[in-house]
Design a protein. Structure first.
Length: 277
């Protein structure tokens, strides 16, 4: 199996609708041993989800805004396994006033919170597991491609761009230790987190029209989870610092197909007549 014998730390599992839940589910099916993280009042939801995944899957305490939790996580994993082979970073949050068209008026305090949780936490988590990746390993963070500005994402978009840069710098510094670091940029998915993004439904509807392979925000979780498991496996040993897209090909297309003008003899997709090429 793809992840036979691998010991994986998976963050971000809240409910069975969480993308990280799907990754955890596939990882177990592929032979991995996993442990989840959670904190505060939401930890009870993570523990409930852990029981649905498999008996004996534990949940460790990790609040990424609490510096003391990282060395405690390292020690807990050291005592449990002695090593870690892979990590899924699925952690992101922005206050309400940092999203939805409020870019010019968002206060620093909200930006700081979003940046610390959504981007800086990847560095902190990587440093925490680094001493346990004695045989190398793979760190994968869930992303939404932010090389362009989106109409609804605002400061979370800035944080995701920072996350993508963090991946590259971690790949530089952890590569000599045979630790790979990659971002997995998925298309819009219907998750609990997505419900908090203003205008998400509009983006979701437009995505499928532009993606060459099509896209369904309700049913594409599985392919994203499978790609994450591939990145966590040994099958991409020389891939690091990458943003791997699982978005139906949306990122490669400049605009959705345009029907030809009346009277044009085009292909019915691009709107460009054959002689124009």
């Amino acid at each position: 199996m793809l992840l036979q014998g691998k010991k994986l730390l998976i963050t971000g599992v809240l409910t069975p609708q969480s993308l990280a839940y799907g990754v955890a589910e596939h990882a177990l099916q592929q032979g991995a041993e996993i442990v989840l993280t959670g904190f505060g009042r939401a930890k009870s939801l993570t523990e409930r989800s852990a029981k649905r995944l498999k008996a004996g899957v534990d949940v460790l305490e990790l609040d990424v805004t609490n510096p003391a939790h990282f060395p405690a996580l390292t020690e807990a994993l050291r005592q449990r396994w002695g090593r870690v082979d892979g990590v899924l970073h699925s952690i992101a949050y922005a206050p309400e006033d940092a999203l939805g068209g409020n870019f010019l008026h968002t206060p620093w305090e909200s930006v700081q919170t979003a940046f610390r949780i959504s981007a800086f936490s990847l560095k902190e988590l990587s440093v925490a597991v680094m001493p346990l990746m004695t045989e190398g390993g793979s760190i994968v963070t869930l992303d939404f491609d932010n090389r362009v500005a989106w109409p609804i994402y605002d400061w979370m978009g800035v944080c995701k761009a920072a996350l993508e840069a963090t991946v590259r710098y971690l790949a530089r510094d952890l590569g000599p230790k045979k630790i790979r670091v990659n971002a997995l940029a998925a298309g819009p998915l219907a998750t609990v987190a997505a419900k908090g993004i203003p205008g998400f439904k509009t983006l979701e509807k437009a995505w499928g029209a532009q993606a060459p392979l099509g896209w369904d925000a309700r049913t594409s979780h599985d392919m994203v989870a499978r790609t994450a498991c591939a990145l966590l496996s040994d099958w991409l040993p020389s891939t690091t610092g990458e943003m791997v897209h699982v978005d139906g090909g949306y990122h490669a297309i400049g605009a959705p197909p345009v029907p030809p003008e009346e009277g044009e003899q085009g292909d019915g997709k691009s709107g460009i007549p054959p002689s124009a090429g």
